[in-house]
Ligand binder design. Sequence first.
Ligand code: GDP
Ligand code: MG
Length: 182
Amino acid sequence: MPAKERKIAIMGFRSVGKSSLTIQFVEGMFVDSYDPTIEDTFERSYTSPRGQEYKLQLIDTAGQDEYSLFPTNYAMNINGYVLVFSVNSRKSFEIVQIIHEKILDQTGKQGVPCVIVGNKADLRMERVVTAEEGKALAEKWGAKYVDASAKENQYVNDVFDGIIQQIEMAEGSTSAKGCLIS
Ligand code: GDP
Ligand code: MG
């Protein structure tokens, strides 16, 4: 089986740990101060638990807020979205919901492959958004929720395993529909 190329956008409010999660996954380390303003694309090959090989392109976006115009290139050619908030910021959790609405608006779809990440789970004392809230939101969207820590490398792989699973599920359901029609 040839490697499938898939593009994943990492989105969320500023400073939630988008770059830290991406770099932890791609390079296996925690970079404490990464330029927050730049958008960068990272590549990694990855084999899914089902044995499918992937060439992943991870678009580590510069971050969004409630006023951001949604870039149309994030609506096209993206196979899945990792929407990150920080468990110590209620506002960042709200921004995830705003971004999700904009994605649906821009793509014209009812749902997109998506993983919601509650990052900085290591900051237990500062936590203001619970895992239950994250899970409830994910359930509402038919998405997956992961509590993670880029700093301690906790559940970072689950984030990316999760988005590949969501993408595979979405592709499986569309090809199934294709079979019904033909
Ligand atoms: P981005 O703006 O969303 O890309 O966020 P960054 O990855 O640049 O991280 C913003 C700040 O949060 C940096 O100071 C990171 O060191 C810190 N940070 C990122 N992930 C974690 C984490 O899992 N736990 C803790 N405690 N800090 C983190
Ligand atoms: Mg960043």
